[in-house]
Design a protein around this ligand. Sequence first.
Ligand SMILES: *Cc1c(COP(=O)(O)O)cnc(C)c1O
Length: 233
Amino acid sequence: MEELSLIRDNARRVLERAAAAAQRAGREVTVVAASKMNDTRRVRAAYEAGIRFFGENRVQELEGKLSENAYEGASLHFIGHLQKNKVKNLVGRVDLIESVDSPELLRLIGRKAEELGTTQDVLLEVNIGMEEAKSGVAPRELAALVDEAAKTRGIFVRGLMTVPPVETEKGKTERYFEQMRKLFIDMGAKKYDNVTMSILSMGMSADFETAIACGSNMVRVGSAIFGERHYDR
Ligand SMILES: *Cc1c(COP(=O)(O)O)cnc(C)c1O
């Protein structure tokens, strides 16, 4: 089908662009395809083009596609806002939960992971633009959340994630990315057994090359791979 071949072409192009930006930055970069609202066939098309990481925003949608083996052969991340009552359905099923932003979520995730006899890898989400409606911990509260994470069993913090404000003014997005990079370095100075700052997840379709230039080593790309999302589907 034409639609699927378009996804394959887009995915190859995004992987190439990310690889070129990674080379310029002298860093390895992981491309996570943000596959919300895209069904199993579309996910498999991206896989066929070389995508090996997928990110989902909703637990229920993820469970549905998991049952259809949509992500087979790939690594699966959770990147959306996580509700407390959904933690039990998520832990142990994804390789990385990128969007943890409270001590309570840390505890719930850790408890469930211990119950399963595993450790759950997570990223801490930072609300770098301090936006009202957005998830993520405020930058000045991040250090306390890292300290909290260090005391929580069953979890391993691998780094930070952010979704910066949508900016049109030139240079503004770069400043958010640079603030994140600084936080990432600062938090990396803390020496805890279950906290390392190895992943900095930032950059989406509109700005992933910029994000990579500013220090990102994980980008989450949706529409540039799958096309515009149709929220009425
Ligand atoms: C949807 C989504 C993305 C990808 O957004 P695009 O602009 O379509 O690339 C990245 N991160 C998160 C958390 C998302 O929800």
